[in-house]
Write a new protein. Structure first.
Length: 132
């Protein structure tokens, strides 16, 4: 920069743009959570919400508990959110419940695709491969 004024203007543009980008990230977070029945998997939606919250400026971002509560209200099914709300909700709790839900979804898909073993009743293998 040639003058102090040019340097100051460059600094001002940087921070002005940061506020604008932060506001856009915050708007994207709320837009993302407003989508009802979005096709994205649950874990992906939670990760995206966490990333968008981190992209906002400190003054605009939600705390861990606020983001967890928001996700309980918008993304998680009511029964899963009720399990988390028994105490103070944290993102660790949201991730734990979401992973359990994802494992159950994968198990249901696996059973639908392969069926259950005729010998032991478990999924993921057929009767000819059963160890019981």
């Amino acid at each position: 920069h040639r003058t102090a004024r040019d340097a100051w203007d460059a600094v001002a543009r940087t921070y002005d743009n940061a506020d604008a980008a932060s506001a856009v990230a915050q708007r994207m977070l709320y837009d993302e959570l407003a989508l009802d029945g979005a096709p994205a998997p649950l874990l992906e939606r939670i990760a995206r919400a966490e990333a968008l919250n981190a992209a906002t400026r400190v003054t605009l971002s939600l705390s861990d508990a606020e983001l967890a509560e928001l996700l309980c209200q918008t993304v998680l099914p009511a029964n899963a959110a009720a399990a988390i709300r028994s105490g103070a909700a944290t993102m660790r709790d949201v991730w734990r419940v979401a992973r359990i839900m994802e494992a159950q979804r994968v198990r249901r898909e696996d059973e639908a695709l392969h069926g259950k073993c005729r010998k032991c009743g478990r999924s993921r293998h057929h009767g000819c491969n059963c160890m019981r």
